[in-house]
Design a binder for this molecule. Structure first.
Ligand code: SF4
Ligand code: FES
Length: 242
């Protein structure tokens, strides 16, 4: 890991060569809005475009997505110029048109002074979902969990994750990693009376032997036991009582 110094908003900061500018900024307490980047997923990011910044290198200035732009020697980053704010504002307006019901996007829009999007929004679609088609959920399912229960389906405005043929997935373990990763809370997951409901399927939960709280789907325990060789008894207690 080669450490180098770069400039962000006029401040000289230390960063790791090739790490995403977004991460370097975060590690140095500089906040850049970002929705579709996950630090544990190498190929995540580049889709929502709210993390745009100005990058100046070798006298050349470009607007780039900071989540996948690598830190290099001599790089100067500007995260909050008028130009950057205006472009980012336009991106957020478009997202607001796409998912007007998403509280995450509504809050981001409010932060940028957007009350009503200037762009056309279809009427009568107030109950449409909150998905911005970033693919984080499918990547987490495939690359982190290793299950691939969902995939991105359709194109354009209809692009969204789903199970094959929108039927109950035969491989989903109900772990909820997709819902936790989703930046706009677009995936519905409900835990009720010892049962988790996600992707239209019900999963029986295992209860903690100490506090009695159902905390993990049985199918997820089976998956972990099968793929890692962990003792089943490990899951008798929830993380708080181990
Ligand atoms: S459900 Fe969430 S994580 Fe998945 S594509 Fe849509 S916005 Fe991204
Ligand atoms: S966080 Fe960079 S494009 Fe979405």
């Amino acid at each position: 890991m080669e450490k180098i110094t770069i400039t962000i908003d006029g401040k000289t900061v230390e960063a790791i060569k090739d790490q995403p500018v977004l991460m370097a900024a975060k590690e140095n307490g500089i906040d850049i809005p970002a929705l579709c980047h996950h630090p544990e997923l190498e190929n995540s990011g580049g889709s929502c475009r709210v993390c745009l910044v100005e990058a100046i290198q070798g006298g050349r200035s470009r607007i780039v997505t900071s989540c996948n732009y690598p830190v290099r020697k001599g790089l100067e980053i500007r995260t909050d110029t008028e130009q950057v704010r205006n472009i980012r504002k336009g991106v957020i307006e478009l997202l607001l048109c796409r998912v007007p019901d998403s509280e995450v996007i509504q809050n981001l829009a409010a932060k940028y002074g957007i009350k009503e999007p200037r762009f056309f929004t279809d009427e009568g679609e107030s109950d449409r979902n909150k998905c911005i088609a970033c693919s984080l959920c499918t990547q987490v399912c495939e690359d982190v969990v290793g299950v691939s229960a969902i995939s991105m389906q359709n194109r354009g405005r209809d692009k969204a994750p789903g199970t094959p043929y929108h039927k109950d997935s035969s491989v989903c373990i109900g772990c909820g990693a997709c819902a936790y990763a989703c930046p706009t809370n677009a995936i519905s997951m409900k835990d009720e009376k010892g049962v988790r409901k996600i992707w239209g399927k019900k999963f029986k939960m295992v209860a903690c032997s100490v506090c009695g709280k159902p905390y993990i789907p049985e199918a997820q325990v089976n998956w972990i036991v099968r793929t890692t060789g962990k003792e089943r008894s490990f899951f008798d207690k929830c993380p708080d009582h181990r």
